[in-house]
Design a protein around this ligand. Structure first.
Ligand SMILES: Nc1nc2c(ncn2[C@@H]2O[C@H](COP(=O)(O)OP(=O)(O)OP(=O)(O)O)[C@@H](O)[C@H]2O)c(=O)[nH]1
Ligand SMILES: [Mg+2]
Length: 643
């Protein structure tokens, strides 16, 4: 069990830890000289039966609140120490607020220095602290009175802690390892040693981990807990890790660094949170308030943005976004303490809802509704609620990262929830079958509307079809739906157009007659069709009339204009595109040049240049010097080649 002290400067925290453990945690020369705690101190008490009580002794001075915050996030119990002579003081209140904002699981109130006052004063101070603690995490906490000098009450406090350790029902977050470093040093012969607390998951000797700040890999050589070598340490435990890794040392790995497991997600500088402003604040917290954000043993500066635009009044709680100067790795459910821009006053706290806030929320109401769903502590319930309101689905990988879960466990949840997984150009999305079906139906309906309005056109290009959807539905998910509809035969790729299977472009009688004369020359197998000029001569037509007709055919999707004087049947162009793809696949890295394309297609030098430049322009190929590669599949752009 991990216990931290808390309370105003000089109220006897360090003396209390020494009375309980025999260890003087004020080790720094400056601490000895000033009789004051500056940095965190650590001591252990080994109980009969092997259980260990770990103590984190924090400084009470207002200048070192930052160090105090670094010591308390992973603890099981807090001891709020209040001197019987002084009674509650400013840092009594501030430390209590911090314990509350970090939702410390429990604790006790300790009235110290009782040798200095009479019993009535002890009772009076006890009442004052009880009142302060009402409606906080220490509401109704046991109250003990001690003197570190006479030893009065110390045995009772120890018995109380032993009993609490015996009944500790620790909520140990699983998932990937999250270890917050609070000290680091070089040990002769062993190298880098870091100490800190396991916030989530487990660390074992031999594990390969990553430093969050630098993304450098490290290996765990050894683990020490309360002075003994152990093989593993789990969430809620403090330990020292001996690390091996290239380019890592005590200078580069410092307090505030995080060690993460292999599945950890990327860092993020925009974090959606629930923000609570302390009731003791004089003013409401407004838009773009600069803050110091304390997360684990780290602190970073940033600003608060308020999606609703409305300031958060003292004592209130609301959704907010932290915009940080640097990305950090936080996960859902972690708590942060917010202090003012000069780092002198605690303003409030934040509970991480979604560490991957989008840069632009798009539909703000929809985003707020999604965040409300994501507040759900249980991952599967959150996923269920998110899927129910997000027609665009959820990114399962993001969700796993945000919740510090393994990808497999999110997949299992999605299976349980009956969600379907779709692979899009931007990665995987999971959504409810009803939303997928609605999207497919919307695409088919949009195409039907187009056919109705323009019966003479073959259909719509894919980008036009997606643009015909309501804005919220236009995404890579819609493109994935088109692919599936085509695979299922519910839609047909006809050249560059998409159409419903039953639709045929309907032409006027005059155009139909002209088409009957033109199409034998510009047919599916014509890889080298006549130029418009030659076609006009062959058909004995006025060139301007013919060009106007051919352009009309191109608008309807019957033909494709490749160069000023050259129109192709879509299927012919699909064939030429497939040639390009085959050559590109064949040549790999080296790419293919115009000559090999000419030889493969037999369309001659001049037409080869026209066709390849057209392919560059529509994004089938990319040219580098004299060679080209295909960068998209020919089928995605030109449809399948009819057999
Ligand atoms: N009479 C009396 N004095 C005490 C008792 N406990 C601590 N003191 C004295 O109070 C002073 C401060 O004690 P510390 O234990 O250093 O106080 P602290 O809360 O750790 O102070 P910071 O860490 O600086 O916030 C010292 O001079 C102690 O000797 C006690 O039970 N009785
Ligand atoms: Mg102290």
């Amino acid at each position: 069990m991990l216990i931290a002290t808390a309370g105003h400067v000089d109220h006897g925290k360090t003396a209390l830890v020494r009375a309980l453990t025999g260890v003087d945690t004020d080790r720094l020369p400056e601490e000895k000289q000033r009789g004051l705690t500056i940095d965190l101190g650590f001591a252990y008490l080994r109980l009969d039966g092997g259980r260990v009580l770990g103590f984190v002794d924090v400084p009470g001075h207002e200048r070192f609140v930052r160090n105090m915050i670094a010591g308390v996030p992973a603890i099981d119990r807090a001891l709020l120490v209040v001197a019987a002579d002084d009674g509650p003081m400013p840092q009594t209140r501030e430390h209590l607020a911090i314990l509350d904002l970090l939702a410390v699981p429990g604790g006790a109130i300790v009235i110290s220095k009782i040798d200095r006052v009479d019993a009535a004063r002890v009772a009076q101070v006890g009442e004052q602290v009880r009142e302060l603690a009402a409606r906080s995490v220490l509401d109704g906490a046991p109250l003990l009175a001690v003197s570190a000098h006479t030893g009065d009450g110390v045995a009772g406090l120890r018995a109380h802690l032993e009993q609490a350790a015996g009944t500790l029902a620790r909520h140990a977050p699983g998932g990937g390892l999250r270890f917050a470093v609070d000290r680091s040093f070089s040990v002769h012969g062993a190298g880098l040693v870091v100490t800190g607390a396991v916030y989530a998951g487990e660390v074992r000797v031999g594990d390969r981990l990553m430093l969050a700040g630098s993304a450098l890999p490290v290996r765990v050589r050894g683990i020490e807990m309360a002075g003994r070598e152990v093989g593993a340490a789990a969430a809620g435990m403090r330990c020292a890790l001996n690390l091996a890794g290239r380019a890592v040392d005590a200078r580069s790995v410092r307090r505030g660094e995080w060690l993460l497991g292999a599945d950890a997600g990327p860092a993020s500088a925009r974090i959606d949170v629930r923000l609570r402003v302390l009731a003791s604040e004089a003013r409401a917290l407004g838009q773009w308030t600069p803050v110091h954000v304390h997360h684990g043993a780290a602190f970073i500066t940033g600003h608060v943005t308020l999606p609703a635009g409305k300031a958060i009044a003292p004592g209130e709680e609301a959704p907010a976004q932290l915009v940080l100067v640097r990305p950090i790795t936080a996960v859902h459910g972690e708590r942060m303490v917010l202090r003012d821009a000069s780092g002198q006053r605690t303003l409030g706290g934040a509970l991480v809802v979604d560490p991957y806030a989008p840069r632009r929320a798009g539909d703000r109401a929809a985003r707020l509704a999604l965040l409300e769903a994501l507040r759900e502590p249980d991952a599967q319930s959150a996923l269920r609620r998110a899927l129910a309101i997000a027609a665009q689905g959820v990114d399962p990988q993001r969700f796993a990262h945000a919740r510090n879960l393994a990808p497999e466990s999110v997949r299992a949840m999605l299976r349980t929830l009956g969600a379907r997984s779709v692979h899009t150009r931007d990665g995987e999305r999971a959504l409810l079958p009803r939303d997928w079906q609605a999207l497919c139906e919307a695409l088919l309906a949009a195409l039907a509307v187009h056919h109705e309005a323009q019966p003479e056109a073959v259909g719509l290009r894919e980008s036009e079809l997606v643009r015909a959807l309501v804005p919220a539905a236009r995404s890579t998910l819609a493109h994935a739906a088109v692919d599936e509809l085509v695979r299922a035969g519910s839609m047909v790729r006809d050249g560059v157009s998409l159409r419903l299977p039953a639709h045929r472009a309907r032409l006027s009688a005059a155009d139909e007659a002209l088409w009957a004369r033109v199409s034998p020359h510009l047919h599916a197998a014509a890889l080298k069709p006549l130029t418009s000029g030659d076609l006009a001569k062959t058909l004995e037509l006025d060139l301007a009339t013919l060009l106007a007709f051919l352009e009309g055919c191109a608008r309807r999707g019957l033909l494709i204009r490749v160069a000023a004087n050259r129109f192709f049947h879509p299927a012919a162009l699909a064939r030429l595109a497939r040639h390009a793809q085959a050559l590109s696949d064949d040549r790999g890295e080296a790419g293919f040049d115009a000559r090999s394309y000419r030889d493969a297609t037999g369309i001659g030098r001049n037409l080869t240049i026209d066709v390849l430049e057209y392919f560059d322009a529509v994004g089938l190929t990319r040219r580098r010097g004299e060679v080209r590669h295909t960068i998209r599949s020919s089928e995605a752009l030109f449809g399948a080649v009819p057999s």
